[in-house]
Design a protein around this ligand. Structure first.
Ligand code: ATP
Length: 497
């Protein structure tokens, strides 16, 4: 939009000048002014360009450093590391490659969610191959002026060659983060001519990489949206190695936690294995943040060591957000306590020992929350497991109805979640409709989804009504203590059993 306004202004300016010329006015001063503005703009642009690459590639006038990060500094990601290392080993076998006439490896694409270590991988690749390293991001190539993006692509290839020469190295790695900004399918962007020219230039530069060159260049790109990329980028000879860098599994999380625990004094009660179990679906960046927040927590409490409690607090902060000063009324607090206890009771019924904490402290968007740990990382769910998850979602609203006769708006998020799971049941062919096509009419889908949720709600009503003592006792304890650990919660459950 910003670009469109600029373009309209330039167009209008030109139209006025042409109009004045046709009316017989002397337009020389306007032309002079126009040339001055253009020159000024050009000078500013090239200064910004230089700055951008200075920023990403090191200091002006010095060579780009070889990163210190090694593959040992990357936790988990064993498959991705192995694949990448194999590709890099191949890169160093120059003479065999030339003898056999193998075309060089030119591009590696790292795909995966944010914060999983793609940048670390690229840096480790540079360290492993003793290459100079220049990092940039797709968005740094994007400009409205025709040719600027393409010029930046040429600059960066030139820059890495020059840096390698200066550092007396035989290879250089260009890392392009967010390649989807620059390499999205052509013809899709609004100012698509410029985007397309930039992408074409990148393809030309990649095609120009030769085995016989003194300095070997490898382009490592990263994206969270591989599906958006132009097929020309992915064709053999360009980014034909795709390495998936996924969210870490439990062992991977433990490895990452250990890496980031180095140099941090941990108290004896800290069990990193337990933290790894609790942190399903967190990325490496989140886990780094957990260790950092744990240390901050210890510092705030003026402790010289990080305790298990500090790390528990840190996990909640990273998962749910900062504690808030919101002060619900007494009536609202009671409602929140019953709501969260409802969730916890059904959560524990589905998987014994899974509730890790229940609280009525506001954090992020939640007024209270119940946290449940999976026993092991789980990637597939049976129909019964999905139905149990719907019961856990709906148990908050049902508990409110059982005790207060009415539900509240506090269950909106839970309903969204339950609906999502019920839709999953339908699309996986697990509902009474059997296998359905993707163009199932919306009315049938929503009727089936409502039916699935209502059936589960009835089961939750039965369970909570027949365990009303537990519901009251635990909610009361929660109101008094504000937070219950999983073990506290389970001992209260047993007291009433
Ligand atoms: P994005 O897609 O958002 O650019 P990314 O995948 O490139 O993210 P990185 O920038 O490599 O992620 O990681 C960010 C930080 O998270 C790292 O500096 C590191 O502290 C931590 N981190 C992420 N993954 C790992 C890992 N596998 N091992 C150790 N630390 C990690």
């Amino acid at each position: 939009m910003k670009y469109a306004v600029k373009e309209i202004m330039v167009g209008l300016g030109l139209a006025v000048i042409v109009f004045l010329a046709l009316q017989g006015f002397d337009i020389t001063p306007f032309l002079f002014l126009g040339v001055m503005v253009f020159l000024l703009r050009f000078m500013m642009d090239s200064r910004t360009n230089n700055k951008r690459f200075e920023m990403v590639g090191g200091h002006k006038g010095t060579t780009t450093k070889i990163p210190k990060v090694t593959f040992k500094d990357i936790g988990g990601q064993d498959v991705a590391k192995r694949e990448l290392q194999e590709a890099l080993d191949f890169m160093s076998m120059d003479s065999q490659i030339q003898k056999l006439g193998i075309r060089p490896l030119k591009g590696i694409l790292l795909t995966g969610p944010p914060g999983t270590g793609k940048t670390l991988m690229a840096k480790a690749a540079a360290n492993y191959t003793d290459s100079v390293f220049v990092a940039t991001s797709g968005s740094q190539f994007v400009e409205m002026y025709a040719g600027v993006g393409a010029q930046r692509v040429r600059q960066i290839f030139k820059r890495v060659r020059a840096d390698a020469e200066k550092a007396n190295k035989s290879s250089g790695i260009i890392f392009i983060d967010e390649i989807d900004v620059l390499g999205a399918k052509r013809g899709q962007n609004t100012s698509h001519m410029e985007y397309d020219q930039t992408l074409n230039e990148l393809l030309t530069q990649i095609d120009g990489i030769k085995v016989s060159e003194d300095i070997r260049i490898l382009v490592v790109a990263a994206t969270n949206r591989a599906d958006m990329l132009d097929s020309a980028l992915m064709r053999p000879g360009r980014f034909d190695r795709i390495v998936k860098v996924d969210l870490p599994d439990k062992d991977g999380r433990l490895h990452i936690l250990r890496i980031h625990a180095k140099g941090k004094p941990l108290a004896d009660d800290v069990d990193l294995d337990a933290v790894a179990k609790e942190t399903f679906s967190l990325s490496g960046a989140h886990l780094e943040s957990v260790m950092n927040e744990g240390a901050i927590q210890a510092m705030r409490a003026r402790r010289s060591q990080i305790t298990a409690g500090d790390l528990r607090e840190a996990v909640e902060k990273v998962m749910l957000g900062e504690k808030l000063d919101r002060k619900p009324s007494d009536e609202e607090r009671r409602r929140i306590a019953y709501h969260e206890t409802g969730h916890a009771m059904l959560g524990e019924r589905g998987k014994y020992g899974s509730v890790s904490s229940v609280t009525i402290t506001s954090r992020g968007n939640a007024l209270g929350y119940m946290r449940q740990n999976p026993e092991a990382d789980q990637y597939l769910y049976t129909k019964n497991e999905l139905l149990e998850r719907i019961q856990v979602c709906m148990a908050g609203a049902v508990a409110e109805e059982v005790v207060f006769d009415q539900r509240s708006t506090g269950a909106i998020g839970d309903i969204e979640q339950a609906t999502k799971i019920a839709k999953q049941i339908v699309s996986a062919g697990l509902s009474e409709l059997g296998v359905v096509s993707s163009d199932l009419p919306g009315s049938i889908l929503s009727k089936t989804v409502s039916q699935i949720i209502q059936e589960q709600e009835l089961l939750v009503f039965d369970y909570l009504r027949s365990n009303l003592d537990q519901l009251h006792r635990i909610s009361q304890a929660l109101l008094e203590r504000e937070k219950l650990s999983g073990d506290d919660f389970r001992s209260l459950m047993q007291l009433c059993a």
